[in-house]
Write a protein that binds this ligand. Structure first.
Ligand SMILES: Nc1nc2c(ncn2[C@@H]2O[C@H](COP(=O)(O)OP(=O)(O)OP(=O)(O)O)[C@@H](O)[C@H]2O)c(=O)[nH]1
Ligand SMILES: [Mg+2]
Length: 348
């Protein structure tokens, strides 16, 4: 089961200001000519991924967001002022969907990311603009363009408490399906997982949310493979479970490639508590397993757990190690009050 926080919101960008029809009037100056100014541009509706937000709770209370209208043009060639933009702040991980709830408009993965959801209308031209050699006294001006209005859905995937990382094929999705009701696609080729998946894990009567993201390869921070933008979805996890495939060529090297990508992505991610586990231990003979374990231990500078998502060996120990870290961290007040205001809407 996936859990979401969501809100339906009405937005409207500002109308453009009207152009003005006016003529210069001064003593002793005949046929002063047109001097109506242009209307100002309407404000945009902008959505920004901000730091420190965990939920969409604010959007349950305020659902209408309108940007300011552009000022009208005035005589004496005075142009209308531009309307103020409106900026809606949302947590990282928020997605914007169209009113149909299916068409994805934007997916926010990094703090500070901005997206213009609706552009303000252009201001209309004043009559001064229409002056030409054949029409020296135009008596018309344009009205401002109207702003855009629409209903949209904001959706936030539940903040995962723990995130799975590893090379493609390390067995991340297999692990998630073994410990939760999530049913991600699993296959014997790299990049099976294309979108982050969440599962609710229950261990010793405690629940937490585990995220499975696409595999990382060397150079992901430069766009190799599926890139590293998915890391945004686990940026706020409390702990990472790093899975290394025991049947790969060199477990130490595999570990270091992924660490390199985490470090290249962000310090906040690289500094997170990491539980290291050698996975697929059922697939290798004991001698090779020992060799891989030693390599991984040297690279990670800690003794790895030994697990198999397929046979279930060592899985409970790994979950307990995660819970231990998650349990120490306090639940943020805001997230808590959101959960109390309304339960997360389950879907799928
Ligand atoms: N023998 C064995 N095979 C496993 C284990 N875990 C996963 N596999 C196999 O390894 C292959 C890859 O597994 P996935 O779970 O799709 O790997 P992933 O890390 O999610 O891969 P990407 O989504 O591509 O990053 C599949 O063929 C799995 O059946 C395990 O514990 N033991
Ligand atoms: Mg996968």
């Amino acid at each position: 089961m996936k859990f979401l926080d969501e809100a339906k919101v009405y937005i409207r960008s500002g109308d453009g200001g009207n152009g003005c029809v006016a003529f210069r009037r001064e003593k002793f100056i005949e046929f002063g000519g047109p001097n109506g100014g242009n209307g100002g541009r309407g404000g945009d509706v902008i959505v920004e991924a901000a730091d420190g937000l965990n939920t969409l709770i604010d959007y349950r209370y305020q659902q209408h967001f309108k940007a300011q209208k552009g000022g009208n043009g005035m005589g004496s060639d005075r142009h209308g002022a531009g309307g103020k933009d409106i900026v809606m702040k949302v947590p990282v991980g928020t997605q914007i969907f169209d009113e149909d709830k299916e068409t994805l408009i934007h997916d926010f993965t990094t703090v500070g990311e901005r997206f213009v959801l609706a552009k303000g209308g252009n201001g209309g031209f004043g009559n001064a603009h229409f002056k030409s050699s054949t029409n020296r006294a135009p008596r018309h001006a344009n009205p401002g363009q109207v702003g855009e209005e629409r209903w949209i859905w904001l959706r936030l995937k539940l903040i995962a408490d723990a995130g799975l990382v590893g090379l493609p094929n390390a067995g991340k999705s297999t692990f998630l399906s073994a410990v939760s009701a999530a049913r991600p696609k699993i296959a014997d080729y790299p990049f099976t997982t294309l979108h982050p998946q969440l599962g609710v894990v229950n261990v010793d009567g405690r629940e937490f949310v585990l995220a499975d993201i696409p595999g990382l390869i060397e150079g992901a921070h430069e766009g190799a493979g599926l890139g590293d933008r998915f890391l945004g979805h686990i940026e706020r996890c409390r702990v990472l479970l790093h899975l290394v495939d025991a049947s790969c060529e060199h477990a130490g090297k595999a570990y270091k490639v992924v660490r390199g990508e985490l470090e290249a992505y962000a310090e906040t991610l690289a500094d997170k508590v990491e539980i290291v586990a050698l996975n697929k231990i059922d697939a290798v003979d004991p001698e090779h397993l020992k060799k891989q374990k030693d390599r991984l231990k040297r690279a990670a500078k800690k003794t790895p757990l030994l697990v198999s998502g397929v046979t279930g060996q060592g899985v409970t120990e790994a979950l307990r190690a995660l819970v231990e870290v998650i349990g120490e961290a306090p639940v943020s007040d805001k997230a808590k009050s959101a959960a109390e205001a309304k339960p997360w809407a389950p879907i799928g």
